[in-house]
Write a protein that binds this ligand. Structure first.
Ligand code: NAI
Length: 342
């Protein structure tokens, strides 16, 4: 039986992993704490660590896990910008869940966009207090507007189809354009910024994409542009975004992620004073809607995450190739596809 140390556990994770634990012959110990330099020793005696988006998987953490016998880190998410891959190489294998429900994330992006544009968040509060006035709630039609989609992978493509359903014109930026996409015009990021009424981010956070939305790109944008970010907070310079909103250049922002979300998102901070003035000001803006990195949170996605993660763990225990293994060489790797990364 494979022993798994499961970090940053939430009740919805436990429900879905517990449903499958017996079938995959694993024993799971659920830790509520995030994985970081202080909590890494908790994994001593376990074969596998299961981690999530805001765990800090640094060189120190990797070395400590390795000394304590851990040989696999199973990320129960798609993104992996929080891992020191070079330190892990040759010691600890890493797997992820590359796709669990692109629909969950794309539909959440659309829900956020519609809410911001049609002011649903204000209307909800008003009608709960029997305030049926419409003053200040004027929105705009999505039909006929130009949406700029940054990243046309699995989620970006589903989002593009939703946008087409609304009758929007689609511009896209991706270093690897998908030529098979119909009714989508690829362009540079600069052109996309200049021509879009709405911009939605669906690319990974890498050193190249960090702060791709900054003062310079915001200066290029149309007045009143709406920004949607359901990818990673670090894609957007939050201070520049706040300035763009204060100057009225940005007409609305719908954010499921935030660059300093690590210690805040997924936790109840309602009775705590926290130090992040930028986030507090963003949340206080009437035209900003923030959700707490919940775009993935559907039953279908959670089930698929548990199933794919446990299948990778079973393949690891059986000495097999793990199709969702990743390492720092993956982008340029020439090894046979039916091998492990090392
Ligand atoms: P994917 O790997 O299928 O597609 C990513 C696309 O981005 C690829 O086409 C790639 O060529 C493109 N890309 C890479 N670097 C780029 C750059 N600098 N500029 C523009 N495009 C670039 O990934 P998928 O499944 O579509 O996920 C996209 C992102 O969504 C993930 O990286 C993750 O950060 C985020 N995500 C957020 C979730 C949430 O709950 N909020 C849940 C799952 C993913």
């Amino acid at each position: 039986m494979t022993r798994i140390a499961f970090f940053d556990t939430k009740p919805y994770d436990k429900t879905h992993f517990d449903q499958l634990a017996a079938e995959y012959d694993v024993h799971i110990h659920y830790f509520e704490s995030k994985l970081n330099e202080n909590t890494a020793p908790l994994a001593k005696g376990y074969d596998v660590v299961c981690a999530f988006v805001n765990d800090h998987i640094t060189e120190f953490v990797i070395n400590r896990l390795y000394e304590d016998g851990v040989r696999l880190i199973a990320m129960r998410c798609a993104g992996y910008n929080n891992i020191d891959f070079k330190s892990a190489f040759g010691k600890i294998h890493i797997v992820r869940v590359p796709a669990y429900s692109p629909y969950a994330v794309a539909e959440h992006a659309m829900a956020l966009l519609l809410s911001v544009v049609r002011q649903i968040h204000h209307a909800y509060v008003r009608t709960r207090e029997f305030n049926f006035s419409l003053n200040g709630l004027v929105g705009f039609d999505l039909h006929g507007k130009t949406i700029g989609v940054v990243g046309t992978g699995k989620i970006g493509k589903v989002f593009i189809n939703l946008c087409k359903g609304f009758g929007m014109k689609v511009l896209a930026f991706d270093p690897y354009p998908d030529k098979s996409l119909e009714d989508v015009r690829y362009c540079t990021l600069e052109e996309l910024c200049k021509e879009s009424d709405i911009i939605s981010l669906h690319c990974p956070l890498t050193p190249d994409s960090e702060h791709m939305i900054d003062r310079k790109s915001i200066a290029l944008m149309k007045p009143g542009v709406v920004l949607v970010n359901t990818s990673r907070g670090g894609l957007v310079d939050s201070q520049a975004l706040l300035e763009g909103i204060k100057s009225r250049k940005i007409g609305g922002a719908a954010l499921d992620v935030y660059e300093e979300e690590g210690e805040l998102f997924y936790e109840d901070k309602s009775a705590t004073l926290f130090d992040d003035d930028t986030l507090m000001l963003l949340i206080a803006m009437p035209n900003v809607l923030v959700t707490s990195h919940q775009a993935f949170l559907t039953d279908e996605a959670l089930h698929n995450i548990a199933e794919t993660t446990l299948q990778s763990i079973r393949d690891f225990a059986d000495g097999k190739v793990m199709p969702h293994e990743i390492c720092y060489q993956c982008a340029t790797c020439t090894k046979e596809p039916n091998q492990r990364c090392f």
